[in-house]
Design a protein around this ligand. Sequence first.
Ligand code: TZP
Ligand code: MG
Length: 215
Amino acid sequence: MLVDYALYLVADADFFKKIAVPGAAGRDLLGLIVEAVRGGATVVQLRAKALPFREFLDLALRAADRLAGTGVPLIINDRVDIALACGAAGVHLGQEDMPLAMARKILGRDRIIGISVNTVEEARAAEAGGADYIAAGPAFATATKETALPVLGPEGVGSVKRAVRIPVVAIGGISVTNAAEIRRAAADGIAVISAILGAPDARQAAEELKRAFQR
Ligand code: TZP
Ligand code: MG
């Protein structure tokens, strides 16, 4: 499957609980996903660390339904079982999630598997293990995810990109103000949570991010 990774929305179901966004109460994640896709998001990952299994599954089924026919792949964070159950295009795994080889065995060759990396070594291992793409982060400091990992900066993202041949998206603290730096680091895409979910208008935010990345 040929995937355009240019604007990768991580639709985090917990985002509105973690971050005080003015007027965010009751914002509908599925509605924001649809708006972001209208604005040009090319991939949507559903992330729901705090939801009980059944609620995550229900949300995933509804997200899959909304994205059907748009050509935008749905990727499920962490959960191979939910990815299979909702017919998602693939799964996104961190270094502490199910090992890549095991996920590949379960999902088969046709589904996308993305791996989070913070180092060139992890990127090389992900590629050697058959990952379809890599998310390199945190690219910049971010308040959205608690992490002790060092910030890569555009230089670190560039080092990861040069180390592998599979697509690389950068994640963490990316906004319209720094998207062009990530482009210059030769990344294939930008992955964002707050720059879209925290914006007053998700569609407009997606449009502006895409423009900023492509400039
Ligand atoms: N992985 C590395 S940084 C991050 C994740 C999920 C958070 C990205 O959120 P934001 O709001 O785009 O910085
Ligand atoms: Mg994970």
